[in-house]
Design a protein around this ligand. Structure first.
Ligand SMILES: NC(=O)c1ccc[n+]([C@@H]2O[C@H](COP(=O)([O-])OP(=O)(O)OC[C@H]3O[C@@H](n4cnc5c(N)ncnc54)[C@H](OP(=O)(O)O)[C@@H]3O)[C@@H](O)[C@H]2O)c1
Length: 381
């Protein structure tokens, strides 16, 4: 099968190199920007790709929502298979692209969009066909895991950990999507769509790691707790709960052993029980290998990852409850039901009564809107 590639950056170069030796696949034209063509196989217009009748599939690794969405729609309308690593595109327009693919008989696969080389969505899609998936969770962002690990094992502050992650190529020049939890949330949106047939397009709760300080880390370590950025999803009535938040684990918990830029993804099936996958969630070749795996699945006849009838829903986090570790001002602490005061002074450190995710995130938004400073993390029981 001749495969065209859109984008020749970090992942694109990896996909092109792997296509040279992948069984049953061959490299077709590769789209680059106008004026950037350096190889004989480079083209600068999608029309050049669509004009080649030998191209049966296209791998999109440009990133961004536009023009990726317009290109994806044209490719699928032409009956060609479309495989992508682009989580932003799939979270925003996956349902529309799935509908076009089903109409034209083309494949729409995107397992590289969540977990890079970790075959999470791939296995989840298979598992969801034969088992009822109860819940999803995991460490789905390697950049923030690297930063949290560096803060906890090397004593770096937030700024130092971010600089180190950027120097190693794990964090982008603009790290907002990673550190705010948005990148992990997009992955969970796709996980919920694949596992439950419900894509939580609005209402998901997203707390990143930007408010964690070196002082917080010291206090948590003194209490034997390790912080990880955890993303969760599960059915909630006709909707799903979907949220990202810092979470604290006692030493010895499996999450504590996920170091550096690694990912850990977990699903629980009614019959199979918990399944955990771990590996490199990003990087040129780990991510390219997932794109190539999707193309091999197309050769074997796979056409979709979303279940039939997958629809957009508003996330409902009102039924998910945890006690939270909080650090905030004495005045702001009165907005929360405090179960245990850990320390008092200019800032209060405390553990709350079980509070719903919806309420905790809403209170945090109010405190910050009023100019207050707050760190919160769920306590894993
Ligand atoms: N990097 C990873 O480890 C990783 C892991 C999982 C998923 N992904 C996903 O994979 C996709 C690609 O990521 P990446 O890290 O490879 O990004 P990247 O290094 O920035 O590469 C993207 C390439 O696409 C090109 N491009 C962008 N828009 C284009 C357009 N309209 N026409 C032609 N070329 C265009 C860019 O050119 P310019 O540089 O000129 O803009 C760049 O060369 C993203 O969706 C990302 O979320 C990446």
């Amino acid at each position: 099968m001749k495969v065209a590639v859109l984008g020749y950056g970090t992942v694109g170069v990896g996909v092109c190199r792997m296509l040279a030796s992948a069984r049953g696949l061959s490299l077709g034209p590769v789209l680059v920007r106008e004026g950037k063509a350096t190889e004989p196989f480079h083209v600068t217009s999608l029309d050049d790709i669509l004009a080649d009748p030998a191209v049966e599939a296209v791998a999109e690794v440009m990133g961004g929502i536009e023009p990726a969405f317009t290109y994806a729609a044209r490719i699928l309308e032409s009956g060609r298979h479309f495989v992508t690593a682009n989580k932003a595109l799939c979270a925003a327009h996956g349902i529309e692209l799935d509908a076009i693919a089903r109409r034209t008989g083309a494949a729409f696969l995107f397992s590289a969009a969540c977990g890079g080389g970790v075959p999470f969505l791939h296995n989840l899609a298979l598992a969801a066909e034969s088992d009822s998936i109860r819940s999803l969770s995991g460490i789905l962002n390697g950049t923030t895991n690297y930063m949290l690990d560096a803060m906890q094992s090397s004593g770096l502050d937030y700024g130092g950990a971010l600089k180190e992650a950027q120097a190693l190529g794990y964090a982008e020049a603009d790290p907002t999507a990673d550190v705010s939890g948005l990148d992990a949330m997009r992955k969970m949106q796709l996980g919920c769509a694949v596992a439950f047939g419900r894509l939580p397009q609005t209402g998901a709760a997203c707390e990143g790691i930007e408010h964690l300080t070196a002082e917080d880390v010291k206090d948590l370590q003194a209490r034997g707790l390790t912080c990880r950025l955890i993303t969760r999803g599960r059915p909630a009535g006709k909707s799903v709960s979907a949220y990202v938040e810092p979470t604290l684990f006692p030493s010895g918990a499996p999450e504590c052993s996920v170091r550096k830029n690694y990912n850990m993804a977990r699903y629980v099936g009614e019959n199979v029980g918990p399944i955990v996958l771990m590996g490199q969630g990003a990087g040129r070749f780990p991510t390219a290998s997932a794109v190539i795996r999707d193309l091999s699945c197309v050769l074997q006849g796979q056409r979709a990852m979303f279940p039939v009838g997958c629809s957009a829903v508003e996330a409902d986090n009102s039924g998910e409850e945890h006690p939270y570790y909080v650090r905030l001002s004495p005045a702001d602490s009165r907005r929360l039901p405090i179960a245990k005061l850990l320390s008092a002074g200019e800032s209060v450190r405390a553990v709350t009564e079980p509070v719903s995710v919806e309420r905790m995130h809403a209170i945090a938004r109010i405190i910050r809107k009023d100019g207050g400073d707050l760190f919160f993390a769920a306590l894993e029981e």
